[in-house]
Every structure is written in structure tokens, then in C-alpha cells.
Design a protein around this ligand. Structure first.
Ligand SMILES: Nc1ncnc2c1ncn2[C@@H]1O[C@H](COP(=O)(O)OP(=O)(O)OP(=O)(O)O)[C@@H](O)[C@H]1O
Ligand SMILES: O=P(O)(O)O[C@H]1[C@H](OP(=O)(O)O)[C@@H](OP(=O)(O)O)[C@@H](O)[C@@H](O)[C@@H]1OP(=O)(O)O
Ligand SMILES: [Mg+2]
Ligand SMILES: [Mg+2]
Length: 357
């Protein structure tokens, strides 16, 4: 097959992410990886109908900031994409917009974790409650009823894609409850010796990286003023915040991460979240060694993830293979999946699809 034939037979991956994000990931390189696997990578023009730009075999995106914006223009963009997906049920979308919407809402995300079986293996999400009102008395009652204990951490409802979503506070006492900025989620603080484990997931692959985190805080510090911070100044690979320095009296040893638990987290959350590209932040509770899931991010930074592009194309290929094997794909191709006489034709079609590697 010469280069021209190759180009005309290649399938198109339509992608969108901010220029900032693609520069950070050196996205041009991914175009080369795609070509090696018979895919063409094309940036979506969000201002124009997708029908004029396709057909797409795959839509790969980081649209968190557009979804989170939620203004008239953003809604129109998302509608356009959803309409295209509806009109083309065979297109693979990484990741489904509804799944991303769940992760943009911290309260919904923690509820997903709460309802998994992870609790059985000592993996938990710290006790949390949503704070929607500025009424301090009401909020104190709400916190008590939910079992959220001091100190707790207050996080904006929207998890990603806005300028304020990483602005947080640690609240030590009832006086500090006035510092909650609704809508937010209040979550009990878990002491973990200032070590954060980031699990980066790409389809069936995952990688753990270690990051700085907040130091231990104790309820005996209950006269303290609220601490406000930007999470990106604490837990990036190059962060060196004072808030991460353990008190000299503290013994930094003790708990350690359990690879089996991490494996279970990825296997379990993958199906509950219906996501291929996500990150899970885990801390290990001092003394108990329980593993707490404190944050889940759609399409995170993948800083320190080896061969990210190789794993990403693997993910596209395997998800496409799953899609074409699905019932919906065959039904859309005119096969009657309830009729066993169509099975032979289905198998023949499957055999003829050799486009995945
Ligand atoms: N329940 C908790 N107990 C102890 N520390 C916590 C807890 N929740 C968050 N932290 C600390 O606060 C930091 C920021 O929290 P979180 O990860 O929820 O914020 P984020 O802005 O969503 O982060 P990301 O940049 O990963 O999206 C964490 O990296 C960790 O250091
Ligand atoms: O660059 P991006 O926009 O994808 O920023 C993401 C950031 O990646 P970065 O490391 O490249 O800053 C992620 O950090 P890690 O979990 O990987 O540490 C995490 O903070 C996401 O919540 C951010 O998504 P956003 O809040 O912006 O939607
Ligand atoms: Mg985080
Ligand atoms: Mg987050």
C-alpha cells in the first residue's frame, strides 16, 4: 500500500483540547503515532457542524472547560457534539460526555465511589456532605448529621475546568464554618503524612506517581484560622508548599501504598465511571493504612506517565474493537441480532474488520 492509499483508507480521530493542553502534551507527536496505526488525527472546529468535518471513527476530547463553562455558546458546542454522536452511533467517544459530567461534580463523584464494593477492601472515600447554603448554623447541623469531622476540607462543587475549582480550604472549628463557600463539598480530613499517590489510567493501563500533599492536621488545633490554598500549589510534581512540610515532631514513617488495592481501584472504578482516561488521587491514612480516594479527574495531566501516546493509541484500538463487537454496532449496520441466521454474516463482517492494528 503506498502513502496515498494509506491516507485515503485511514480512519479519522477527531480531537479537541485547549491549545495549552496540547502544547503541554506535545500533541503533534501523537499525530505521528496515529498515522503509524492507520489513523488520521484532525482537530475539531467547535464553531462548525461536525457533519462537515467528518466522518469520524473516534472522538477524543478534553472538553471539561467547555462543559464547565455552561454559557450559551458552550451549551451550543456541546449540543452539536452530542447531536453528531446521536446521528453516528458507531463513532467511539473517549470519554462519554455524561461520564465526564459526573466527574465535573465532586459530590456525584464521591457518591459513585461510596456505592462501589471498594469498601470491602479498606478503600473508602472520606465522609462528605454538600454545602449549598451560607447559613452557618444550618451548615454546622448538616456537617454533624453527615458525620463530617473537624478538621475538614472544603472543595468547590465543580471539579475541573474553571479558574476557581482548585481553590480549597481546611476548616478547623465551628467558627471556620463561615468560610465555606457554597456550593461546595465538605470532606473529613485524612492524615496521610503529606504523600499523595496519583493513579493515571489510560484504558487498561495505569501508572502511579507520587506527589507532595497536605501535612497532617489535628482536631486539637481547633483554635486555628481557616487555611485557604490552591491545590495546584500543593500537589504538582514541582510544588514545594509550606503546607506540605510535616511538623518536626512527627514520624513520617508508617503507612504504605498497597499495589493490590491500587489494581482493584482501577478495575472497579473503570466500570462504574465508564471512563478510559482518568486519574484517581489516593492517600493512605496514618495508623490504619486504609486507602482514601480523595479526587478523580477526567483526562488529567499524565505527568510522569511513560509512553502515554503508545498507551493512548492502544486504548483507542481496543475500545474500537469492543465497540464493533457490540450489539448496537451490528444493529446499526442492518443486522438483526435477535436472528441467529445473521450470526454467520456478523462473524464474516467481524473477520473483515482488520483495521485495528
Ligand atoms: N480528604 C482529604 N484529606 C486530606 N487531604 C486532602 C483531602 N482531600 C484533598 N486533600 C489534599 O488537598 C489536595 C487537593 O485536593 P483535590 O485533589 O481534591 O483537589 P483538585 O483541585 O481536584 O486536585 P487536581 O489538581 O488533582 O484535580 C490534595 O492533593 C491533597 O493534598
Ligand atoms: O492541564 P489540564 O487542564 O489538563 O489540567 C489538569 C491537571 O493537569 P496538569 O498537571 O497538566 O495541570 C490535572 O493535574 P494532575 O491530576 O494530572 O496532577 C488535574 O489538576 C486536572 O484537574 C486539571 O484539569 P483542569 O482542572 O484544568 O480541567
Ligand atoms: Mg487532586
Ligand atoms: Mg481534581
Amino acid at each position: 500500500m503506498d502513502e496515498n492509499d494509506k491516507a485515503s483508507s485511514s480512519m479519522v480521530i477527531g480531537y479537541w483540547m485547549s491549545d495549552r493542553k496540547s502544547q503541554k502534551l506535545n500533541w503533534i507527536e501523537f499525530g505521528k503515532v496515529c498515522r503509524q496505526h492507520g489513523y488520521e488525527l484532525v482537530k475539531l472546529d467547535l464553531e462548525r457542524p461536525l457533519e462537515d468535518q467528518g466522518p469520524f471513527a473516534v472522538i477524543l476530547h478534553k472538553l471539561t472547560e467547555i462543559i464547565a463553562r455552561n454559557d450559551e455558546k458552550a451549551i451550543q458546542i456541546i449540543d452539536r457534539i452530542e447531536q453528531y454522536i446521536k446521528n453516528h452511533p458507531k463513532v467511539l467517544i473517549i470519554d462519554p460526555l455524561d461520564s465526564v459530567r459526573t466527574l465535573l461534580d465532586r459530590y456525584k463523584t464521591y457518591n459513585v465511589v461510596l456505592n462501589t464494593t471498594l469498601n470491602n477492601i479498606d478503600v473508602f472515600t472520606p465522609t462528605f456532605v454538600e454545602i449549598l447554603s451560607t447559613n452557618v448554623k444550618e451548615n454546622i447541623k448538616k456537617l454533624k448529621n453527615a458525620g463530617v469531622t473537624f478538621p475538614f476540607i472544603c472543595k468547590p462543587f465543580v471539579a475541573q475546568g474553571t479558574t476557581y475549582c482548585h481553590q480549597m480550604s481546611v476548616i478547623f472549628n465551628e467558627r471556620g464554618v463561615a468560610d465555606c463557600k457554597p456550593p461546595c463539598v465538605a470532606q473529613s480530613f485524612i492524615n496521610h503524612n503529606a504523600i499523595l499517590y496519583k493513579l493515571y489510567v489510560v484504558g487498561d493501563h495505569y501508572q502511579m506517581v507520587e506527589r507532595p500533599s497536605l501535612k497532617n492536621f489535628y482536631a486539637s488545633n481547633d483554635d486555628r484560622d481557616t487555611i485557604t490554598f490552591d491545590s495546584h500549589s500543593v500537589s504538582k510534581s514541582d510544588s514545594s508548599s509550606e503546607l506540605s512540610v510535616l511538623d518536626p515532631s512527627e514520624n513520617a514513617k508508617g503507612s504504605s501504598i498497597d499495589p493490590i488495592k491500587l489494581h482493584s481501584i482501577v478495575k472497579t472504578l473503570g466500570s462504574y465511571l465508564n471512563m478510559s482516561l482518568y486519574g484517581v488521587d489516593v492517600v493512605v491514612e496514618n495508623n490504619t493504612n486504609r486507602h482514601a480516594i480523595i479526587d478523580i479527574n477526567a483526562y488529567p495531566g499524565y505527568d510522569g506517565f511513560p509512553d502515554f501516546f503508545g498507551k493512548l493509541i492502544d486504548c483507542v484500538i481496543s475500545r474500537r474493537a469492543q465497540t464493533v463487537c457490540s450489539k448496537a454496532y451490528f444493529e446499526d449496520s442492518g443486522f438483526d441480532t435477535s436472528d441467529s441466521s445473521d450470526e454467520k454474516k456478523s462473524r464474516a463482517k467481524l473477520n473483515s474488520i482488520n483495521q485495528y492494528n
